[in-house]
Ligand binder design. Sequence first.
Ligand code: NAD
Ligand code: ZN
Ligand code: ZN
Length: 389
Amino acid sequence: MKALCWFDKHDVRVEQVPDPEIRNPRDAIVRITSTAICGSDLHLYNGLIPTMQAGDILGHEFMGEVVETGPALTNVRVGDRVVVAFPISCGGCFFCKSEMFSLCENSNPNAWMAAKLMGQSPAGIFGYSHMLGGFAGGQAQYARVPYADIGTIKVPERLSDEQVLFLSDILPTGYMAAEQGNIQRGDTVAVWGCGPVGQFSIASAYMLGAERVIAIDRFPYRLEMARERAGADTIDYEETDVYSALLEATGGRGPDVCIDAVGAEAHAPGVMHAYDRVKQAMMLESDRPYALRQAILACRPGGTVSVPGVYGGFIDKFPMGAVMNKALTIRTGQTHVQRYMRPLLERIERGDIDPTFIITHRLPLDDAPRGYEMFLNKQNGCEKVVLKP
Ligand code: NAD
Ligand code: ZN
Ligand code: ZN
């Protein structure tokens, strides 16, 4: 089959690779009909995540048709049209039973690698380094889906691929980001980053009762999407001082909930950016937490900072004094996708949200390398690339 493989920083290629095979009784093989490039893939593309190997197949947002099933699967059948959740979760461990699926303690065969960096490992993730399991990803024609009874949701024929594809990751991610913000009716929510995760965080914040959402980015087309499609007010951080603007918008108090939908590769004008980049290059700091710092400083006392943005390792100049003295709550995590797939599918069916508004590019899988470049550099108005294998 054809698959998009990682070789090195900024070097991904579509290659001919062996077809996946059933290895365990709860595996399914899915013929992929749609897949997408995620902001998390950019951390791999930029060479920021350790334990990648040349030839690894990328991709963790995918859906398609079940073409083969292991003998222990009863609720997943050949011919089913399914969306696949990006965390691989067994369904039976302490964490899965508590619906903390992205913390599954059975799905990462290389848990010891992640434990060295983090103390304990999260769940295995498709196409996301050997430290997180070394699983082949879904930017391919086929994928093996372990624990397919837990990790897939059947979708009705009347909904198109594009309407349901993002149940695999970013729609639940934006929703969980808002939910973890503990938004109360009337709250003001600030969202850093107007990428796909930011857009769905804005939309979800409104679904959960926010009165006003203020979104922050620097790309005019992304700010425009946040305004016109997601309904936010916006701040261009290259033109406006974010902290002052947010305080001014909230009677001097700060937003009740601050969402960091940027993560480890934040950009910032001026000195802080140079400082973080140098430290990152010297391996003194692995991540650039500029948006996170700003979110913590702007958040109102007693408020919540919700962090869907991915961080890989260590950060510097973390304003713990602000967190402590302002009594902030910080909530984060890889998304517990399996917990949200059904309720969000119902919301799509009811018309509460139409996730297709973020799609700007549709490319054949063969053009995936161009898709990565465009998405990374925010060229041609690129917000979200859907790939057709
Ligand atoms: P993206 O790259 O499309 O969007 C990031 C946006 O942040 C860009 O528009 C960029 O201009 C903006 N940005 C950069 N620096 C900023 C700053 N200082 N202030 C404000 N905005 C800034 O990526 P995405 O797909 O939207 O993903 C966003 C983050 O969410 C990534 O870190 C990704 O890894 C993470 N993510 C996490 C999960 C999870 O399970 N928690 C799932 C999916 C994605
Ligand atoms: Zn993702
Ligand atoms: Zn589990």
